[in-house]
Write a protein that binds this ligand. Structure first.
Ligand code: GTP
Ligand code: MG
Length: 558
């Protein structure tokens, strides 16, 4: 029940398929029971995009009445879905039945009158509700039920996990607490759609699609929003020139490289977002990176956004990760758990640096699952061999082909528990020969390392590249030490079963919860000098710090 297939559920709920049906599917690629057949990521994204096109984002004053608000909106058409959330004030996401309803709503909106400032008259679907009633009745108190868009603090997660009955339940509970919600997913597509309206000033036919963890099934609430400006959807690319007779082609400006085209497009759109994009702040153009991008914060949604262009390989990686996550529910649960564990210990970070990235870490989990006997997921070469002509994809000379029809994928039965897998993951990487071997999910087997680099993880599509090139040996050592510690903690008998509640009703951390507590593996500099305390001592002191934190919060609340 808890291992529900989030991504499918999120999407299918929105397109009207029974969620119960979707929830019972997903494992082992068994999607054939769905009357519409399996939906590729591409189709699922198209549905979400269509919803976003019919949606608006409205800032609501604190005393808004939901009933009055909906009545007001219904003057413009049927509201198909709406929800509220908080981010620098309360916002509403409203999906109308048709695009015409949105047009009608926008036609009724005014340009703000300001006395000491001037406005850029760029109209968008980001609006503010104004309440002109002079008298507020008691019923006008805010009754807006807000949906959370961020995760609870780790201390609360630890308590939640400590109340579970088994490590498997803990892993599923963590996945449930951290995964993107239906609402958060809608908001991500809506932000892409709002951004598209800005980019459409230059390229009316363009699309902006989310990629990375917003859509690959491994996204955590609060993760960044990676966007890709898709100009390939502009009509005309595929028109074949006739061999004889008259025909026309566009006259277009030419430059010496595709990279230069990407840089100039992003530069201009970055300027436009900076000067005219409502709600977009802190715009940075990072055009000399290997993958040029424009980074900014979208304040109304609270998303940190990275806009790229011409980044089709990343879209393929997203599709591949999505596919692996769909094949078996244990994949997604294990990835969530390892990502959360890594973040809790500073193995990954939101700041770029010599850290292991979430993408690299996910590939490491996938590799581990390929190495099980029997494997839980297949190697990429197998998925390539199953591909049909419609799956062919070569991007800038790189073979990105793999099967998209899940039902063709045959897997032997592996019945290992999540607890077993988690424990073995730590053991696997605690002893992996990183100095000699490269991690390769294409072959599902480690390969001799040809480069002198601490950690080598072959890029699945651009095979000459290493996705963990940035990782230095201190960071790798720290990762290995933490794997050793966590493997050891999971083997301690006192950590393997629930430990009840303490005097103040706080559950005692056990199992996965103990792995998320601050570690004895110190920061890089002091690591060798520190000694390990016995587990019971550690847990006692960590419990104390948890209690202190809780008390601190209680006194803040009161
Ligand atoms: P978060 O940390 O939750 O944002 O995870 P993420 O998977 O979204 O990672 P990130 O935002 O760093 O990158 C977005 C996407 O770009 C990834 O999902 C990959 O598809 C791709 N990507 C990121 N880093 C690399 C890399 O080093 N090599 C390649 N080939 N693709 C990468
Ligand atoms: Mg990301």
């Amino acid at each position: 029940e808890k291992c529900r297939n989030t991504f499918e559920t999120i999407f299918r709920r929105s397109v009207g398929t029974e969620p119960e049906v979707a929830q019972t599917q997903g494992a082992r690629g068994d999607h054939t029971g769905d009357k519409d057949g399996p939906k590729s990521l591409y189709n699922l994204m198209a549905d979400r995009q269509e919803q976003a096109e019919k949606s608006v984002l409205i800032s609501c004053p604190s005393r808004t009445s939901e009933k009055r608000f909906l009545k007001f909106l219904s003057n413009h058409g049927d509201v198909k879905k709406h929800f509220f959330y908080e981010s620098y004030g309360v916002y509403a996401v409203v999906e109308f039945a048709s695009r015409d309803n949105v047009v009608s709503l926008l036609e009724s909106a005014a340009i703000p009158g300001v006395s000491h400032e001037s406005v850029v008259p760029f109209k968008s679907r980001l609006l503010s509700l104004r309440n002109h009633s002079s008298v507020h009745s008691p019923t006008q108190q805010s009754d807006l039920p807000c949906q959370p868009q961020t995760t609870a603090p780790i201390s609360e997660l630890i308590q939640r996990l400590s109340r579970e009955e088994s490590v498997d339940d803990q892993i599923n509970s963590l996945t449930e607490a951290y995964q993107l919600t239906e609402e958060n997913s809608r908001l991500r597509f809506l932000v892409c759609s709002l951004l598209k309206d800005v980019a459409a000033a230059y390229f009316p036919e363009c699309t902006i699609r989310p990629f990375g963890s917003s859509v690959n099934g491994f996204g955590k609430l609060g993760c960044d929003l990676d966007m890709f400006l898709d100009l390939d959807s502009i009509s005309g690319w595929n028109v074949k020139m006739p061999k004889s007779g008259l025909s026309l082609e566009y006259q277009m400006k030419r430059t010496n490289s595709e990279r230069h085209v990407t840089q100039s497009i992003l530069s201009v759109i970055g300027e436009c977002v900076d000067h005219f994009g409502p709600g977009c702040v802190g715009v940075q153009k990072i055009l000399n990176a290997r993958c040029p991008l424009v980074r900014f914060a979208h304040q109304p949604s609270g998303f940190q956004c990275d806009l790229t262009a011409n980044n089709r390989v990343a879209m393929k990686s997203t599709e591949l990760l999505y596919l692996y996550g769909e094949l078996d529910p244990r994949v997604r649960s294990l990835v969530f758990t390892i990502r959360c564990w890594a973040r809790a210990h500073g193995v990954t970070s939101s700041i770029p640096g010599a850290w292991i990235t979430n993408f690299a870490l996910t590939v490491m989990v996938l590799f581990f699952l390929q190495k099980r006997a029997p494997p839980i997921i297949p190697k990429l070469d197998y998925l390539r061999d199953l591909a049909g002509p419609a799956d062919e994809s070569v991007i800038e000379g790189n073979d990105c082909t793999f099967v998209t029809d899940f039902s063709k994928i045959q897997l032997p039965s592996n019945t290992e528990t999540l607890e077993q897998l988690l424990s073995d993951f730590f053991e696997f990487y605690a002893t992996f020969p990183f100095s000699r071997m490269s991690i390769n999910i294409r072959k599902g087997k480690e390969q001799n390392k040809l480069e002198v680099t601490p950690l080598h993880i072959q890029n699945p599509f651009e095979t000459s590249l290493n996705v963990s090139k940035n990782v230095n040996s201190s960071q790798l050592d720290r990762f290995v030490a933490l794997c050793q510690e966590s493997a050891w903690l999971l083997q301690q008998s006192e950590n393997r079963t629930p430990r009840g509640v303490g005097g103040d009703n706080t559950p005692t951390p056990w199992g996965l919860a103990t792995l998320l507590l601050p570690s004895q593996v110190a920061g890089i500099k002091g690591r060798k000098k520190r000694k390990r305390e016995p587990a019971s001592e550690r847990i006692k002191s960590l419990l104390e710090s948890l209690k202190n934190k809780n008390e601190g919060r209680k006194s803040q609340d009161s």
